[in-house]
Design a protein around this ligand. Structure first.
Ligand code: NDP
Length: 244
């Protein structure tokens, strides 16, 4: 199914997976609403999309604020009339060992990766139920399938995000609203910059660590959205071939 003229809202659109997904969908003719906190980056990406002949709008959004996420959904509806796809993709990954007691980082991860996803669902679900069509997509992770040392809190947030989507899907059997969880393995993005624990960081700075590109994940999102309306791709796990 073509995504031409579909309206897709993307949180975490200022870099990495969100940016690549925005560019992929815009190239295929979708109208893209870019949301994140870094205005300059959003403007740059909007400019790139427009230069390539695509259509995009930006909205500064902090996903830890329900008000902001509601304002984002309202902005998308005012600008393009409706929302076809909500991509809850914003996330942070300040990995650390539990005994470092980085309570501020635990709080932040819960706020962005857990509450941010819930706010994204809340902001679009009534709209999509009313239209009896729509697609909610959330970026979880392979970290939402298994826990590893230093990832205890991060993995917990990604398990939560995946379970929200699974439960939501089970509650939506009487509607045409689709759900998809995207669970990437290692992807080369700026995400590792959020790691402040110096006992963890070197592992992710290893140039031999197998990784995918953001475009590989954008292709998975595109695959899910471009299926016929009666086909719901509920989860996609995409890892580098050599990642264990
Ligand atoms: P990036 O760091 O490149 O992107 C993260 C995005 O989230 C940025 O656009 C950032 O924008 C945004 N963001 C962070 N905090 C907030 C906030 N409070 N409000 C709004 N936006 C916010 O990393 P990725 O592209 O890798 O990450 C995207 C998603 O993919 C995340 O959910 C991550 O957990 C997940 N993931 C990534 C993997 C990887 O290996 N890279 C593997 C598995 C999952 P800004 O700072 O401008 O607000």
């Amino acid at each position: 199914m073509s995504v031409k003229d579909k309206v897709i809202v993307i949180t975490g659109a200022s870099s990495g997976i969100g940016e690549a997904t925005a560019k992929k969908f815009a190239k295929e003719g979708a109208k893209v609403v870019l949301a994140a906190r870094r205005e300059e980056r959003l403007q740059q990406i909007k400019g790139d999309i427009e230069k390539a002949g695509g259509e995009a709008a930006t909205k500064l959004t902090d996903v830890t604020s329900y008000e902001d996420v509601q304002a984002l959904a309202n902005f998308a509806i005012e600008t393009y009339g409706h929302i076809d796809v909500m991509f809850n993709n914003a996330g942070i990954m300040p990995l650390s060992f539990m005994d470092k007691i980085k309570v501020d980082e635990w709080d932040e991860m819960v706020d962005v990766n857990v509450k941010g996803v819930l706010y994204g669902i809340a902001a679009v679900l009534p709209h999509m139920q009313e239209r009896n069509t729509g697609h909610i997509i959330t970026t979880s992770s392979v970290a939402g399938h298994g826990v590893f040392p230093s990832g205890t809190v991060y993995c917990g947030t990604k398990f939560a995000a995946r379970i929200f989507m699974e439960g939501l899907n089970k509650e939506l059997t009487n509607s045409n609203v689709r759900t998809t969880t995207i669970s990437p393995g290692v992807v080369a993005t700026e995400l590792m910059d959020t790691i402040s624990d110096q006992d963890v960081r070197p592992r992710f700075e290893d140039p031999n660590l197998p990784s995918l590109s953001s475009e590989d994940i954008a292709n998975a999102v595109y695959y899910a959205v471009s299926q016929p309306e009666n086909v719901a791709v509920n989860e996609v796990i995409v890892r580098p071939t050599n990642q264990g």
